[in-house]
Ligand binder design. Structure first.
Ligand code: PAF
Length: 288
């Protein structure tokens, strides 16, 4: 473990995190991992709180993963606050912060990516080419580096959660995946590190994303046609000031497959949306 003035033990290398986790597991303790990119807010802390109900020990990784950002995305500008993150993790009862360097995660010569077909292809997969390859690669590496029994991810990134469930099953990784409900501000806006980019005027408009999904979910539950509900939701978002809207769609809840245009059948569905407000891209989703 590295000597650190931070209020929580910090591992910087794979060897350090493994040593600690192996010692815990040798003592019969279950270990939970909460992968994050830092800039922690109450939504992340709710993941730590949930993780503490799943295991005796909780590791939070803080790593802004370059491979999941496109060339024109906000990797360089992504908010970073290691001291603040460490304080929040310590207060939340997290046992270890794993904060590796880019070189530790991707040593020179690294040439392997994890690509998930199907569920990673539509929606954010189409809007952000390569994004889910980066997510699947880094999360599978984190699983192998840390060796947790269970890992907790927010439902806010619903497609990401389904991608992670898919490759964990496909690669027989011995990690239980737990999804955590989205934490929202009082006005309904889903908490996100990227909300920090919103101007005051944009922040006032932002809850319309969640309100639009709620209205769409009500209509779908009432038996309205999927195509009509999606068209109305798109118009509502544009009228509220969002643009461009990457998608607002109802999909199968498990595999995110496209649904027929008519009223929903009996199968579980999920509404998902991604739209830009100024320079900020917001995503949200809702169970139908
Ligand atoms: O959801 C995130 O913060 C990231 O995509 C994750 C899962 C930590 C992988 O970098």
């Amino acid at each position: 473990m590295s000597e650190s003035p931070l209020p929580i033990p910090v591992a910087r290398t794979v060897a350090q995190v493994r040593e600690t986790v192996h010692a815990w597991r040798a003592g019969g303790e279950r270990v939970a991992l909460v992968p994050t990119m830092g800039a922690l807010h109450a939504g992340h802390i709710s993941l730590i709180t949930l993780a503490r109900t799943q295991a005796e020990r909780v590791v939070a990784s803080v790593f802004v993963n370059p491979t999941q950002f496109g060339p024109n995305e906000d990797f360089a500008a992504y908010p970073r606050d290691e001291a603040g993150d460490a304080a929040k993790l310590a207060e939340a009862g997290c046992d270890l912060m794993f904060a590796p360097t880019v070189e530790e995660v991707y040593p020179a010569g690294a040439a392997t990516i994890v690509h998930v077909s199907g569920v990673s292809e539509p929606l954010d997969g189409a809007a952000r080419p390569g994004h889910f390859d980066g997510v699947a690669t880094v999360v599978s590496k984190l699983f192998n580096m840390v060796g947790p029994d269970v890992a907790v991810f927010g439902e806010k990134d619903y497609q990401q959660l389904q991608v992670i469930r898919r490759f964990t099953a496909d690669l027989n990784l011995p990690v239980e995946i737990v999804g955590a409900p989205t934490l929202r501000a009082e006005d309904g806006l889903a908490l996100s590190s990227r909300n920090a980019y919103l101007t005051a005027a944009e922040r006032a408009v932002a809850p319309a994303l969640q309100q639009t999904l709620r209205r769409a979910a009500e209509r779908l539950r009432a038996g309205d046609r999927v195509d009509e509900v999606e068209t109305e939701a798109l118009g509502t978002l544009r009228a509220a000031g969002f643009g461009p809207v990457d998608y607002v769609e109802a999909r199968g809840a498990g595999d995110l497959a496209r649904l027929g245009p008519g009223p929903l059948g009996g199968e579980p569905a999920r509404l998902l949306a991604a739209a830009r407000l100024g320079r900020t891209r917001l995503i949200d989703n809702l169970a139908v």
